[in-house]
Design a protein around this ligand. Structure first.
Ligand code: COS
Length: 380
C-alpha cells in the first residue's frame, strides 16, 4: 500500500492547478453564460501536454500515467468542468482508443495530431434511441468492398462541432447483433457528414454538444478500427477508461465546491461569529471533506488498476458511480453554505452544482454503472 504521490505527480498536479487558476478561472462565468467553447485555452492545454496525457511520446503525447491524468482532471474540473470534459474525451475516449486499437497508419495520421491538441476528437456512440442501450445502434455502415457507406444520427456528442476526428460506432451486420458493430474514424468535412444544432445545456455550457448527421458518408476501409465486428467491444473498453476521467471530473467539481464553501464559511459572519464556528456548518464541512476523500480513494484505485494493467471495468464503474453522487450532493451543500450568495453566479458554486449533474449521466448513467458493478459481483 502506498498512498503518497511521487514528486513528479505533485509537480504535475501543481502545474494543472496553476493553469486552472491563472488561465481557466478568469473567463469561466462568461463562457458558461455565452456557451462559449474555450478554443484558445484548448490550444494552451495542448501546449502543456494535457490533450495527450497518457499517449506515448513517439506519437506526440506526454507519456504520463493514469494517476497523472486524474490529478490533472481534478484540478481543471475544480475551476472549469467544460474545459475538463474536452480534455477527458480527447484523452480517454479518442487518443486511448486509437493508441490501443488503431493501426500504425491511423496513429501516424490522427493520433499524432490529437495528442498535441492540433486536432480535437469526438466519440460518437449515443443515438436518439441508443444511449444506455448501446447495442441498439441504428446508424449503419454498409461494407462496399474498399469502403463503407455510413448513414444515421448521433446525439449529445461532446466536442461535436469542434472536432477534426470523430470515432463513430455503427452497425454493419444487424444479424450478428453487437458482434456486427464497427468503429470508424470519420474526418470533419467528409461529404455527407453534417453537424446539427448545438444543444443548450443545464451545465458544462462551455463545452460543445451537437447532434451529428451521416448521409451516405463514404469512409475508407482503412479507417475501421480493429477487426470486423470489434466496434462494440471497442466502445465498452474505451468507455471503461473514460469513466475514470469522468469520475475524476466529478471529484474535481466536488472538491472545488468544498474549497469555496470552506473559504466562505471562514469569512461570512452570522450571529456574531464566522459561520464555520456554528456546528450546523462545521458538520456540513466534515461530511463534505470525508465524502470527497472517499471518492478520491475510488478514483485513484481505478487509475492505479489501469496503470497496473489490471481489469478496471469494475473499479472505474464504482469510481464514477460514487464520485458523481458525491459531486451532486456536495455541490448542493456548498450552495447551501453560501446561502443567498450561493444562488448568484459570481460565487461559482451554482455553476459547479449545475455541472455536477452531467457526471451522473454521460459515459454511462449511474444506473448503467450499477449494472456493471452488480453483474460483476453476481457473476460467479
Ligand atoms: N469490455 C469488453 N467487452 C465488453 C465489456 C467491456 N467492458 N462490456 C461488455 N462487453 C462485451 C460482452 O462481453 C459482450 O460480448 P460477448 O457476447 O462476445 O461476450 C458484449 O460486449 C455485449 O455485452 P452485454 O451482453 O453485457 O451487453 P448489454 O446489452 O447487456 O449492455 C451495458 C451492457 C449495459 C454495460 C452496455 O450497453 C453499456 O455500457 N451501456 C452504456 C453505454 C454508455 O456508456 N453510453 C453513454 C455513451 S458515451 S457519452
Amino acid at each position: 500500500m502506498e498512498f503518497s504521490l511521487t514528486e513528479e505527480h505533485l509537480m504535475i498536479r501543481d502545474a494543472a492547478r496553476d493553469f486552472a487558476q491563472t488561465e481557466l478561472f478568469p473567463g469561466v462565468i462568461e463562457r458558461d453564460e455565452k456557451q462559449e467553447f474555450p478554443k484558445e485555452l484548448v490550444r494552451k492545454m495542448g501546449d502543456l501536454g494535457f490533450m495527450g496525457i497518457m499517449v506515448d511520446p513517439k506519437y506526440g503525447g506526454s507519456g504520463m500515467d493514469t494517476i497523472s491524468y486524474v490529478l490533472i482532471m481534478e484540478e481543471l474540473s475544480k475551476i472549469d468542468a467544460s474545459a475538463s470534459v474536452i480534455v477527458s474525451v480527447n484523452n480517454s475516449l479518442v487518443c486511448y482508443g486509437l493508441e490501443k486499437y488503431g493501426t500504425e497508419a491511423q496513429k501516424e495520421k490522427y493520433l499524432t495530431k490529437l495528442a498535441t491538441g492540433e486536432f480535437v476528437g469526438a466519440f460518437c456512440l449515443s443515438e436518439p434511441e441508443a444511449g444506455s442501450d448501446a447495442t441498439s445502434q441504428k446508424t449503419t455502415a454498409i461494407d462496399m468492398g474498399d469502403h463503407y457507406i455510413v448513414n444515421g444520427t448521433k446525439n449529445w456528442i461532446t466536442n461535436g462541432g469542434r472536432s477534426d476526428v470523430y470515432l463513430v460506432i455503427a452497425q454493419t451486420d444487424r444479424e450478428k447483433g453487437h458482434r456486427g458493430i464497427n468503429a470508424f474514424i470519420v474526418e470533419k468535412g467528409m461529404p455527407g457528414f453534417d453537424i446539427g444544432p448545438k444543444e443548450n445545456k443545464l451545465g458544462i455550457r462551455g463545452s460543445d454538444t451537437h447532434t451529428l448527421q451521416f448521409n451516405d458518408v463514404k469512409v475508407p476501409k482503412e479507417n475501421r478500427i480493429g477487426e470486423d465486428g470489434f466496434g462494440f467491444k471497442f466502445a465498452m473498453k474505451t468507455l471503461s477508461g473514460g469513466r475514470i476521467g469522468i469520475a475524476a471530473q466529478a471529484l474535481g467539481i466536488a472538491s472545488g465546491a468544498y474549497e469555496l464553501a470552506l473559504k466562505y464559511s471562514k469569512e461570512r459572519k452570522a450571529f456574531g461569529t464566522e459561520i464555520c464556528n456554528h456546528q450546523a456548518i462545521a458538520f456540513k464541512l466534515a461530511d463534505m471533506v470525508t465524502e470527497i476523500e472517499a471518492a478520491r480513494m475510488l478514483v485513484m484505485k481505478a487509475a492505479w488498476d489501469k496503470d497496473q494493467d489490471n481489469n478496471y471495468d469494475f473499479s472505474s464503474a464504482m469510481a464514477k458511480l460514487y464520485a458523481s453522487k458525491v459531486a451532486m450532493e456536495q455541490t448542493v451543500e456548498a450552495v447551501q453554505i453560501h446561502g443567498g450568495n450561493g444562488f448568484v453566479k459570481e460565487y461559482h458554486v451554482e455553476r459547479l452544482m449545475r455541472d455536477a449533474k452531467i457526471t451522473q449521466i454521460y459515459e454511462g448513467t449511474s444506473e448503467i454503472q450499477k449494472i456493471v458493478i452488480s453483474r460483476t459481483v453476481l457473476k460467479d
